[in-house]
Write a protein that binds this ligand. Structure first.
Ligand SMILES: C[S@@+](CC[C@H](N)C(=O)[O-])C[C@H]1O[C@@H](n2cnc3c(N)ncnc32)[C@H](O)[C@@H]1O
Length: 318
């Protein structure tokens, strides 16, 4: 299997993402003569060979689906050796680091390789990932997975403490990404790694105190455009809403109530509308006491999901 290109049919040696049910996916390397047990019963690896990716495999008590691997699916089912980055943060990192095919990017630490797979897909086929990890088994396991995923030729895995020994790169990369407890300790070394014509740097830190220390070090080393963001996915529920007392002029002062579909009760919070946006002639004919029912996308109050702060910075020609 390959993360570097897509293909139609499953072959021996492929890593297939088995979709077993909602929130239930596992990666499976297809091996001759082997059998895999699922909650729907056994599935023979040989039976999957030659099947088109995305098709169903019938098991004794149900069916599962064979998905082609992508970095996003890998992130959802990879073997965790550390905390990992998820696609919401990853998408912002790749965008803000300005990664594209041909980019050379350095990363520390490698961890479970979640971000690494997404960065590799972006910089292929002419770019390169240089990833550093000071935990020996983690760096070995990462190299094993990159090899299995046919990405080995695009990545260098180095077993090193980048805070103590630095990246030991000079004028070589377009961007540096740091997911470490003390990123400020290797910012000077990250600066040296970035090409003389300039580049981008990102640190990921769960605590604002870590962010502050990194920012101080970034300023000291001549980085500019320093920006910290937090990426949160915002959920919207589709709910029934009742709109009353439509103001025919501008909608100001109108109220609507949202019905809680689960309990059947009306949401006690009645929101004041800034603007009804109901300006069709038909709506305007309605009298002031009419009730209008419609479906509304209602943001969930209280956004959960803090992972960490992403701090981005630029260094211009050095
Ligand atoms: C949270 S994990 C990285 C997860 C990774 N971004 C991912 O998405 O899978 C942090 C990793 O940094 C490594 N690490 C911590 N300090 C380090 C250092 N000074 N040099 C190299 N690696 C380090 C840890 O061993 C750990 O594997």
């Amino acid at each position: 299997m390959s993360f570097k290109e897509t293909k139609d049919k499953i072959e021996y040696g492929d890593t297939v993402i088995l979709h077993i049910g909602y929130n239930n996916m596992i990666p499976l390397i297809i091996k001759k003569g082997e059998t895999h047990q699922t909650k729907f019963g056994a599935v023979k690896h040989d039976a999957m060979v030659g099947m088109t990716y995305g098709t169903r495999v019938q098991c004794p008590k149900g069916w599962i689906c064979t998905l082609h691997p992508t970095p996003e699916l890998w992130t959802l089912c990879l073997p965790h050796r550390t905390q990992i980055l998820y696609s919401t943060d990853i998408s912002m990192i790749i965008y803000q680091l300005d990664l594209k095919p041909g980019s050379v990017v350095a990363e520390a630490g490698t961890g479970s390789g979640s971000l690494s797979h997404a960065m590799l897909r972006t910089v292929l086929p002419t770019g390169r990932l240089l990833t550093f990890e000071f935990h020996k088994e983690r760096s070995e396991k990462a190299l094993e997975e990159f090899t299995q995923h046919q990405l080995k030729e695009f990545v260098t895995v180095t077993h090193r403490d980048v805070c103590g020994e630095g990246f030991q790169l000079n004028n070589e990369v377009d961007a540096v990404f740091l997911d470490l407890p003390k990123p400020w300790e290797c910012i000077k070394s990250a600066k040296d790694a970035i090409k003389k014509e300039g580049g981008r740097l990102c640190t990921f830190s769960p605590c604002i105190e870590q962010v502050q220390r990194s920012c101080d070090e970034l300023v000291k080393n001549g980085f500019t455009d320093i920006t910290t963001v937090e990426c949160l996915a915002r959920n919207f529920n589709i709910q029934k809403a009742k709109l009353q007392n439509i103001n025919l002029d501008d909608g100001a002062g109108d109220t609507f109530s949202i019905e809680n579909e689960n309990s059947g009760e009306s949401n006690p919070k009645v929101m004041k509308m800034e603007n009804t946006n109901l300006d069709s002639k038909q709506d305007k004919k309605r009298d002031n006491n009419s009730i209008h029912c419609f479906s509304a996308a209602v943001p969930v109050i209280g956004m959960q999901g803090h992972t960490g702060f992403l701090t981005f910075a630029s260094i211009y020609s050095q």
